[in-house]
Design a protein around this ligand. Structure first.
Ligand SMILES: Cc1cc2nc3c(=O)[nH]c(=O)nc-3n(C[C@H](O)[C@H](O)[C@H](O)COP(=O)(O)OP(=O)(O)OC[C@H]3O[C@@H](n4cnc5c(N)ncnc54)[C@H](O)[C@@H]3O)c2cc1C
Length: 451
């Protein structure tokens, strides 16, 4: 504490902005450690859209400690195979099974919306959720109750929060788990452009009818600098469409769907195969996800009593395949460090950053590598890739290729060693969360404040 030398008042109340993956996962752990948690989500209800996401390595361990691993496995996409198709939709190169599922150790895949639902269902009885609202301002408050003057003053004893709709409230800590375009980051650290590095590729994902009768199969159609994909996952009668294209950063508002569709249509204008059908499906979809692939790079993820988590802090882009895993792991580490530090934000945020930095770095580098491999620039390159895939199963070095792919993927997923924060058992044997007020058994091992 500047000027006083005393310890700050420990945090008890936490406001989390964002109810996707990072936010509800953090809420789960914080509730378990005895904090009172509120989550504010801009969308009027839980957002269910999105592509399939991987849970690997350390994230599997976290899911297990949360007691949700079985739920995730039950909702697995169970994808079986993938193939490249030509203009006529004919399969011309199938991915060998051991490369398609390039895995060493355990690996699960789930639809992002299903994971968000699992996390929300786990926490909804214990945590206050405010849908359809957003933080409008953050004012740090000194022990005297007066504003400290700076946006996220290190000496603050709490934060006064105003909302776009709801009445103002005061919290001990505010967490930005509100994604790559984080509002909390903008309010506490500055404009997005300062921290965002565009990787030169855009991605659209949307639900569409399963017109091709796909069964847990993924079909790719590659064009120079572009890739389309259509797939169906287990238990979903619909299919998903994916369109990606290389482009320098155009001016686009991430909330302006009409402008996003216009960019998509301009990028794929005149292309053959299933392109016109996918463009129409994107326009008709109610769950279109469209964004540039970008890295969020920051020197610090915390300032005073405000801290960032998940994509808001360190988005690694969909190219990394690790955004969701890092969100789950980051939630575990942040909550664990807060509990271990007895609610002292300065100590906890420092340790949280130290634990997470190396893991995030590795995955940022992998994203840069994977994004260049995603969309090949020339027809010649695409033909070569198809040829390689066709001959690969017959090559003696086939296993080496599969091993290399798996090693790359697993390197990022395992680039952190999880601490044991002393509360690693599932919330209850029955798998149901406790209601507010019921002291979690595991919390008895925590510092007095947290229990
Ligand atoms: C609808 C949706 C679809 C997605 N689809 C894909 C996909 O297909 N492929 C992929 O790789 N990644 C996708 N992502 C991103 C992926 O979920 C994240 O990379 C990863 O899971 C990390 O999660 P996160 O919780 O940190 O951030 P996110 O999952 O981005 O969640 C951020 C949450 O904060 C909310 N939010 C934003 N601004 C505010 C605000 N001002 N106030 C309150 N709440 C706010 C958002 O609505 C969202 O629920 C998608 C995200 C969303 C929200």
């Amino acid at each position: 504490m500047p000027g006083t030398g005393s310890r700050p008042r420990p945090a008890k109340t936490v406001l989390i902005s964002g109810a996707s993956v990072a936010g509800p996962a953090l809420a789960h752990w914080l509730h378990r450690y005895g904090f009172a948690v509120t989550v504010v989500e801009r969308a009027p209800e839980l957002r269910t859209g999105g592509y399939k996401v991987d849970i690997r390595g350390a994230a599997i361990e976290v899911a297990e400690r949360m007691g949700i691993l079985e739920d995730i496995q039950r909702a697995s996409t169970d994808m079986q195979t993938g193939a490249y198709v030509n203009d006529d939709g004919k399969r011309i190169a199938t991915l060998p099974a051991d490369i398609f599922g390039a895995r060493i150790g355990r690996d699960d895949e789930i639809m992002r919306g299903d994971l968000a639902r699992i996390l929300y269902d786990r926490t909804r009885d214990d945590v206050e959720y405010l849908f359809g609202d957003s933080i409008a301002s953050l004012t740090p408050i000194a022990a005297t109750g007066a504003p400290t003057g700076a946006a996220t003053d290190e000496g603050a004893e709490g934060i006064d929060v105003t909302f776009e709709r709801g009445a103002p409230r005061r919290f001990d800590i505010v967490v930005g788990a509100d994604g790559v375009h984080s509002t909390v980051r903008r309010l506490a650290f500055g404009p997005e452009e300062r921290f965002s590095r565009h990787l030169g590729t855009y991605l659209a994902v949307f639900s569409m009818p399963n017109e091709l009768g796909l069964d847990r199969e993924e079909l790719y159609y590659a064009l120079p600098n572009k890739l389309l994909c259509e797939y169906s996952s287990a238990g979903d009668p619909a299919a998903k469409g994916m369109m990606s294209f290389r482009s320098p950063r155009p001016a686009h508002d991430h909330r302006d769907t009409d402008r996003q569709l216009a960019l998509l249509e301009a990028a794929f204008e005149g292309d053959g195969g299933r392109t016109p059908r996918l463009l129409r499906a994107a326009r008709e979809a109610s769950d279109l996800y469209f964004d540039g692939m970008q890295l969020i790079e920051m020197d610090r993820w915390s300032s005073g009593r405000v801290v960032l988590l998940g994509d808001a802090a360190h988005c690694a882009s969909p190219a990394s395949g690790q955004g969701t895993g890092m969100a789950l792991v980051g939630a575990y580490v942040l909550a664990g460090e807060l509990a271990a530090a007895g609610g002292d934000p300065a100590v906890a945020f420092d340790r949280y950053e130290r634990e997470m930095r190396g893991y995030v770095e590795v995955n940022h580098r992998l994203a840069e590598k994977f994004v260049t491999e995603m969309n090949l620039a020339t027809r010649r390159g695409i033909r070569l890739r198809h040829l390689m895939l066709r001959i690969l199963p017959h090559m003696p070095w086939k296993n080496l290729v599969a091993k290399k792919v798996a090693e790359d993927v697993q390197r990022g997923a395992n680039a952190i060693t999880l601490k044991d924060y002393g509360a690693v058992r599932p919330a209850s044997a029955a798998g149901r969360p406790r209601r507010r007020g019921a002291a979690p058994a595991a919390a008895a091992a925590l510092p007095p404040y947290a229990a």
